[in-house]
Design a protein around this ligand. Structure first.
Ligand code: SF4
Length: 142
């Protein structure tokens, strides 16, 4: 699956849940709490393939799924840049995480970084429109 199709599919899933909560007059605080992993794994199983296995993407006591992906993530399936002959397809704007070489491309590896999954970070960057928070992720420039 390309980055952009994952991104657009995820935006649709995220909007569906948020619209449902807004229709129930949920406050910002209630929406953020609703996206806590322990609640999502029970009530929104289709949101993340890991939920079926009751598995978290990061080893954290309390993990919030509202900002899955990350506002610091940058991607372009055509390539953001070239490094040693490898296309860079994704990277971290704040240089966290690691790089992953696969075939002829370099990808951002976020597996060691918990930044977007802290509730405080979600509250600080909150908007009911996930794509608005992620507006810098899909980019053509490095
Ligand atoms: S490494 Fe962390 S901060 Fe950077 S894009 Fe990945 S999750 Fe976000």
């Amino acid at each position: 699956m390309s980055y952009i199709s994952w991104f657009n599919n995820h935006a649709i899933k995220h909007k569906k849940i948020v619209d449902k909560l807004l229709n129930k007059n949920y406050t910002q605080e209630q929406i953020v709490k609703y996206f806590d992993f322990d609640n999502m794994v029970k009530n929104e199983v289709k949101f993340c393939p890991l939920y079926k296995k009751n598995t978290k993407c990061h080893d954290m006591e309390s993990l919030n799924c509202y900002l899955c992906a990350c506002p610091n993530f940058r991607f372009n399936d055509e390539g953001l840049d070239i490094y040693n002959g490898f296309k860079i397809l994704s990277k971290c704007e704040i240089n966290n995480g690691e790089k992953l070489k696969a075939k002829d491309a370099i990808h951002q590896n976020c597996s060691s970084c918990n930044v977007p999954h802290y509730e405080e970070f979600v509250v600080k960057n909150f908007d009911v429109k996930w794509k608005k928070i992620m507006c810098k992720c899909y980019t053509t420039k490095v």
